[in-house]
Design a protein around this ligand. Structure first.
Ligand code: COA
Length: 334
């Protein structure tokens, strides 16, 4: 088949949602030995959103999904499927995607979760894009949603400062016009040898909640911060270069980098290594912290809604997360 006539997927609409409740660095410094200055200087984070007692991942996902559908002008009944990227599902099973599907009232539409933690949105995007390219589907809702706050040890100053809650979504559709842009190369990688760099030990089949020793604290995030930092910078750079090479483009054709928001210093290092000024990065870590799989679609939605991202521009997405997993993708905005 002539490459120009191949089906591509395009992003038809974006949406995002964050809980109302804001937790500032000052709030955290009243509970653990840290300061607003330390957190801002070492991470770039000023505040994060934290879900209220009645809110869970599927609620945030539903709101972001509804907004993306509204922005795309697509009715839920037009969807072929829903894919939710999350590492913090409402329940061990069924999937959060099924809960969202039920709330959208579209029985029969397939729904499943993807778990690649902070790289989850890249993984879900690749799966959705592949389903559309292969002709199996025409319209999919892809959501990244997390309630990280329920898995944070709020007495551990090295991790509790980093994470936040939120959701972002895109509606992916079949390209209407040949060679008219859309989702291009998406590369995914993982290295399970480093599974313990960032992990939650309890709550799974290996350590069910009732077997936790000591009880009650195993379902929270454990992280080797500086090793994670170094690996993130290296793998993000490698995978961005892989995408640029595959696309046959240089950094000048990247108008916007929409990265996973883990630490401003990771993004500064990436900007320097790639030679793409930080001004061309979409950054909202100051207001949301690390929202894991939600961070890329939340930042993407922000930059689309305020017209930074416009049709014809080159948008590069890139993520690193627990697993360890990483991946990048290029979208010619339509
Ligand atoms: N407030 C004040 N001091 C803190 C602190 C906090 N919140 N957290 C750690 N410290 C202290 C440490 O105890 C250590 O003190 P010591 O030198 O007396 O032992 C010192 O600060 C330096 O710790 P270190 O871990 O080397 O700091 P860092 O500069 O690497 O920053 C992170 C720590 C967690 C912010 C940083 O490593 C990071 O962001 N890593 C990547 C994490 C990440 O992105 N995870 C998700 C990936 S998707």
């Amino acid at each position: 088949m002539n490459p120009a006539t191949k089906t591509r997927s395009v992003i038809l609409g974006t949406g995002s949602f964050a809980p109302e409740n804001i937790v500032t660095n000052e709030d955290i410094s009243r509970k653990v030995d840290t300061s607003d200055l330390w957190i801002r200087e070492r991470t770039g984070i000023r505040e994060r959103r934290v879900a209220s007692a009645g809110e869970s991942t599927s609620d945030l996902a539903l709101e972001a999904g509804r907004k993306a559908l509204g922005h795309a002008g697509i009715s839920p009944s037009d969807l072929d499927g829903i894919i939710v990227a999350t590492a913090t599902p409402d329940l061990t099973f069924p999937s959060t995607a099924c809960l969202v599907q039920g709330k959208l009232g579209i029985p029969g539409t397939f729904a499943f979760d993807v778990n690649a933690v902070c790289s989850g949105f890249m993984y879900a995007l690749k799966v959705a894009d592949s389903m559309i390219r292969s002709g199996q589907c025409e319209t999919l809702l892809v959501i990244g949603a997390e309630v990280m706050s329920r898995f944070v040890d709020w007495s551990d100053r090295s991790t509790c400062i980093l994470f936040g809650d939120g959701a972002g979504a895109v509606v992916l559709g079949k390209s209407g016009k040949e060679g008219s842009g859309g989702v291009g190369t998406v590369t995914l990688h993982a290295d399970g040898r480093y599974w313990d760099l960032i992990h939650v030990p309890g709550g799974g089949a290996k350590t069910p909640v009732e077997m936790e020793r000591p009880p009650g604290n195993a379902c929270t995030i454990r992280m080797k911060g500086s090793e994670t930092f170094r690996m993130a910078v290296r793998t993000l750079e490698e995978s961005v270069r892989e995408v640029l090479k595959e696309e046959g483009i240089g950094v000048n054709e990247v108008d916007w980098v929409v990265p996973h928001q883990a630490n401003i210093r990771i993004l500064e290092a990436l900007s320097e290594r790639l030679g793409i000024p930080l001004e061309r990065f979409v950054i909202n870590i100051d207001r949301y912290g690390n929202t894991s799989a939600a961070s890329i679609p939340m930042a993407l939605d922000e930059a689309v809604q305020d017209n930074r991202i416009r049709p014809g521009q080159g948008v590069l997405l890139t993520a690193f997360g627990s697993g360890v997993t990483w991946g990048s993708g290029f979208v010619k905005w339509t």
